[in-house]
Ligand binder design. Structure first.
Ligand code: SF4
Length: 255
């Protein structure tokens, strides 16, 4: 019975102890790398992160500049800003977040495919910025969306945004397919409920707290009205006969 011939270049020395037929051929030598699934997967995600193409205010100009030749966003494979949320995995919230825009921003976030990330760019998106507590401005997009990286400044420079993007890449590299919430069955990845814009902006997740506060306010109002009515009767009796309609009453007065 003949022995199985080893694969390889004739005349090349076979390593001692190697099983016949199991030697690596010379061609792939130096071209084979061993790595973990997490590492190769995170490398792929971090090096081809596509931002969504939208801007809210002046910070968006700085974001646009990052894509120019001077700052060269394409060095990270990120120069293709997607016009569709379904093809984007990074939302850069660049600008003032008005209450009118929030339902649309949340809707766009819900339409993005997972895994997805949010970068809050500038003082406005981070905390409301110069318009904080304004009647029409939200004090930071993190009131509604899970923000991964904050970039401060008003506006942040393109270099600052680039730094924030590198921090985002670092964060991606710390994640594992075994623990990231997108791949876990025990963690719900429900869409974020759309806030309702009425006289003010309402987060429906606060419904229960709002209902209790409203009930409490209604109770306080009813009690104060009862007190006022009781007090009104007493004072009316003491008022020498004037009714609530301003006419002379039955308990005295001019009659
Ligand atoms: S942080 Fe400053 S530059 Fe950016 S959107 Fe707000 S006001 Fe404009």
């Amino acid at each position: 019975m003949s022995e199985t011939p080893a694969i390889g270049v004739p005349g090349e020395q076979v390593p001692q102890g190697a099983a016949p037929g199991m030697q690596a051929p010379p061609d792939p030598k130096g071209n084979v790398f061993l790595t973990s699934v997490d590492n190769i997967y995170n490398w792929g995600r971090a090096r081809s992160m596509w931002p969504m193409m939208f801007g809210l205010a002046c910070c968006a100009i700085e974001m646009i500049v990052v894509a120019s030749a001077r700052f060269d966003l394409s060095r990270f494979g990120m120069e293709i800003m997607r016009a569709s949320p379904r093809q984007a995995d990074l939302m850069i919230v660049s600008g003032t977040v008005t209450k009118k825009m929030v339902p649309n921003i949340v809707r766009l976030y819900n339409q993005m495919a997972e895994p997805k990330y949010v970068l809050a760019m500038g003082a406005c998106a981070t905390s409301g910025g110069p318009f904080k507590e304004g009647y029409n401005v939200v004090s930071g997009i993190d009131k509604f969306l899970p923000v991964d990286v904050y970039v401060p400044g008003c506006p942040p420079t393109p270099e600052a945004l680039l730094y924030g993007l590198t921090k985002m890449h670092e964060k991606v590299f710390t994640q594992s397919v075994r623990t990231a919430r997108w791949y876990r069955k025990d963690q719900l990845n429900e869409p974020i409920p759309l806030p309702i814009l009425g006289p003010d902006l309402y987060d429906v997740r606060d419904y229960e707290a709002l209902r209790i506060a409203a009930a409490k306010a209604a109770g306080v109002r009813a009690a104060s009205e009862r007190d006022a009515a009781a007090g009104g009767t007493a004072s009316g009796e003491a008022q020498a006969g004037w009714d609530g309609d301003g006419q002379p009453g039955h308990n005295g007065g001019t009659r």
